[in-house]
Design a binder for this molecule. Structure first.
Ligand code: SF4
Length: 439
């Protein structure tokens, strides 16, 4: 899973104000298969079938943790040597696996074929396979395909490709269904979706579709007036697919924290002509609750210097939240990719001089991090324990992808995720946060 990134600019240790450091080299990130872990919990009528190797199956087992004991709705169709050598017809083999699977699991309404490095290297066309299987199983069942391979995708980009495939697929759209007015794109925990649904209803907004929803058997209907807003910042392919079908984007920062959620809802309300006074009355109480919850953790993070390694593309949004709402100082914001158009609002709210890095050359970035001596390092587990062994304080970044963090009611929980390692460090060392804040 450590391949060179496609960007081709030199890495530099000297950082000019707000310059983007483009890196190419070894990188320590997940491939897109990992996003199946949260997608299969969200879309309750779907089954994700990875077409890959034992390596892919091992990755899924490790990433899913205890979930693998709860009959999850994902599995790996393992390609054997005779498949790779071209001795078997892969399409025939896949058809047989799918037939057995659907016979055993009649509850599956949507089958998602997920491409991996091995299936891509041998050019196994899963989109064509999905089309053929759809001809057989639709409309009762829907079959789509996307790539989650490490060659093409990093971590959350798997979700992006899945949503883009959902948008493009039209096999199960009921003919008479009316078009959505607003598509909220990005996988959200059910509790967050419910909170946003209540806020939208209080604003008088109707015909809203969450993408993905809990049920995915019915395709998405888009009309000339459909608008979409990103609830997650890493959805470049999904945005392109929605725009290809005529939906127009509402430009907004991510709904993280009190300010972020206010701005996100404000952009939606403005796009639909909601009276500002009505918006204010709807959000006043939840925003106050968010501010009070964050206030509890602010002393732990105010003035702390934070370094974010690339992981999920959430990093610019998290950095904006940390700086704007909790007073943290951002040393460097790493992101696997930068969709500059989608995160322009977040970057504009960071102070000049913050280093933004795209891609990774992990050894060089580690050197930069050590040199900067941050108070908190946000990184993957592969780096976290070695940094802790050096006496540094880390926050494991994958938690931001798995934990409900969007919306007013989660603003305090998000602050707690960052404060927790600092609190733990204090408990273990007995040093006060004021002592820790001192150089
Ligand atoms: S898709 Fe590629 S990077 Fe991901 S587990 Fe399989 S072989 Fe590894």
């Amino acid at each position: 899973m450590n391949q060179p990134l496609p960007s081709a600019c030199a890495t530099t240790l000297s950082v000019t104000p707000s310059a983007t450091i483009r890196q190419r080299g070894q990188h320590e990130v997940f491939c897109g298969l990992t996003s199946i872990i949260w997608l299969h919990r969200k879309v309750q009528d779907a089954f994700f079938l990875v077409v890959g190797s034992r390596t892919c199956a091992h990755l899924m087992q490790s990433a899913a943790g205890v979930m693998i004991f709860s009959e999850p709705r994902f599995a790996t169709a393992i390609m054997e040597e005779r498949d790779l050598a071209g001795m078997a017809d892969m399409h025939d083999e896949l058809d047989q696996v799918v037939a057995r699977l659907l016979e055993r699991r009649p509850d599956i309404r949507m089958l998602v074929l997920v491409g991996s490095c091995p299936s891509e290297v041998i050019k196994f066309d899963l989109t064509r396979a999905a089309g053929r299987l759809n001809a057989h199983y639709a409309p009762r069942r829907r079959v789509i395909a996307y790539s989650g391979s490490g060659i093409e995708t990093t971590f959350t980009q798997g979700e992006d490709n899945f949503l883009a495939a959902l948008v493009a697929d039209q096999t199960t759209v009921p003919a008479a269904r009316s078009a959505a007015k607003l598509v909220v794109a990005g996988c959200l925990a059910d509790v967050v979706e419910d909170q946003f649904s209540r806020l939208f209803a209080a604003l008088g907004l109707q015909d809203i579709v969450f993408l993905p929803g809990r049920k995915a058997i019915d395709g998405l209907t888009i009309g000339p007036d459909t608008r979409y807003v990103l609830a997650q910042p890493y959805l470049g392919a999904t945005a392109t697919a929605l725009e290809a079908r005529g939906a127009q984007r509402i430009d907004a920062i991510s709904p993280l924290g009190g300010e972020g959620t206010t701005a996100w809802l404000g952009a939606i309300a403005h796009a639909f002509g909601v009276n500002p006074a009505r918006l204010e009355s709807v959000i006043a109480q939840p925003r106050k609750r968010a501010e009070q919850a964050m206030q509890h953790y602010r002393p732990w993070l105010d003035g702390k210097r934070i370094f974010l390694f690339p992981d999920s593309q959430l990093e610019p949004s998290l950095a904006r939240y940390l700086h704007q709402e909790l007073g943290a100082e951002i040393v460097e914001v790493g992101s696997p990719y930068l969709h500059r158009e989608h995160i322009a609002g977040e970057l504009a709210l960071l102070p000049p001089g913050v280093a933004i890095s795209e891609g990774q050359d992990v050894d060089v970035q580690i050197d930069r991090c050590r040199q900067a001596q941050p108070d908190l390092i946000v990184c993957g587990l592969g780096l976290a324990n070695p940094f802790e062994a050096e006496g540094r304080i880390t926050k494991w970044s994958i938690e931001f992808a798995f934990t409900p963090i969007q919306g007013f009611e989660q603003a305090g929980d998000l602050a707690e995720l960052f404060a927790r390692p600092l609190v733990r460090h204090r408990m273990l060392t007995g040093r006060s946060r004021h002592q820790e804040a001192a150089p």
